[in-house]
Design a protein around this ligand. Structure first.
Ligand code: ADP
Ligand code: MG
Length: 330
């Protein structure tokens, strides 16, 4: 770490800006955090590493922090957990610029706050490469309050929040720029890049979907078909998806075409959109859709739960070929 900016100064920065919550009795500054959870907790850990999960050249420090917190919280959204505490382990290379560190710390505080959580602790270590490991704790009144991957039943509807493909298209634009992509205007391109750099965990949607009876849920981090595969396996069912129904973010088709990908590669197999994919009994779908609409979130039915195993994707040509990333499928 930079000698002009010690570990203690980083921690002080975080401590001075970290908030409070009803559950958090002791936060940053003691040997451990103390909470009074009041029910059941769900805990998830996610790490991001420079050059692997983000690129310092593409992401300002605040966006790196945002992404680290948002992707960790997305797992809580997929459990229908209320966001609680965030713990951040920071690995800082020697001579990291003080301004960079200040922005990074600000980013952790801002992202934690904006998603309704509180920074409760962490660790700060020297490391050859910049990384952040984020532990998040979410809450429910009891263990039955969480929505697992294992609850899907035959004949239920498969649905997804928001629009897919944007994060993968945004990543492609960051790496390659937009020359050669036809029909992509500035704002659309910016929205795709924003989708990659500043994901938004669907925490409110997750809680609303649980209230409306979602039976199984997963966040779309690795690609819709792959993530639904986890639901199919955990629930012991088959999920049949109609590719024509999958909501795709504007501009994704243009990037797919211009980048030599097949249609659907980015929306069906691309990851990092952090939308929620779920199963829900058909009679509950419309009320759930209406409540998500009040949150400004689209809920789209894309398929059905059937007996069997794996994920089957159909489109106008019948069962779709499996593009790259689908290879684990039946
Ligand atoms: P210890 O040496 O006892 O592990 P530290 O000096 O690592 O203590 O941490 C002191 C306090 O600062 C603790 O409350 C810890 O949770 C907090 N802390 C350290 N690093 C971070 C970080 N990156 N983010 C949030 N809190 C942190
Ligand atoms: Mg420590």
């Amino acid at each position: 770490m930079d000698e002009g900016f010690t570990e203690f100064e980083v921690i002080d920065l975080l401590r001075s800006r970290s908030g409070s919550s009803d559950r958090l009795e002791v936060g940053i500054g003691d040997d451990a955090a103390v909470t009074v959870p009041g029910g059941s907790t769900a805990t998830s850990v996610d790490a991001i590493v420079d050059g692997v999960h983000f690129h310092r050249d593409w992401s300002p420090p605040e966006a790196i922090a945002h992404r680290a917190v948002a992707t960790a919280l997305s797992d809580l959204a997929a459990m229908a957990a209320a966001p609680g505490e965030v713990y951040v382990t920071l690995g800082l290379p020697p001579h990291t610029d003080a301004g960079f560190l200040t922005s990074l710390a600000d980013g952790f505080i801002a992202a934690t706050e904006v998603f309704g959580a509180v920074l409760a602790g962490g660790d700060t270590v020297g490391s050859p490469v910049l990384f952040a490991a984020v532990t998040v704790v979410g809450h429910a009144s009891g263990p039955g309050g969480f929505v697992l991957r294992s609850g899907a039943s035959v004949d239920e509807v498969v649905a997804v929040t928001g629009e897919l493909g944007g994060a993968t298209a945004g990543l492609w634009l960051l790496a390659n720029g937009s020359p050669g992509i036809e029909g992509l205007d500035g704002p659309t391109s910016k929205a795709l890049i924003g989708r990659q750099l500043r994901p938004r965990p669907q925490l409110d949607s997750g809680l609303a979907l649980a209230r409306h009876g979602a039976t199984a849920m997963v966040d779309v981090s690795d690609g819709l078909v792959q993530d639904l595969g986890h639901v199919a396996a955990a629930s012991g069912v088959s999920l049949e998806i109609d590719a024509r129904l999958v909501p795709v973010q504007p501009g994704v088709a243009a990037v797919e075409a211009g980048s030599g990908s097949s249609p659907g590669d980015m929306s069906l197999a691309g990851g990092e959109d952090y939308e929620l994919a779920l199963t829900i009994p058909e009679p509950a779908l419309e009320a759930a859709r209406q409540e998500l609409e009040t949150l400004g979130v689209r809920l789209t039915a894309i398929g059905r739960v059937a007996a069997g195993s794996g994920v089957r994707v159909v489109d106008e040509g019948g069962t779709r070929d499996s593009p790259a990333g689908f290879d684990h499928l039946a």
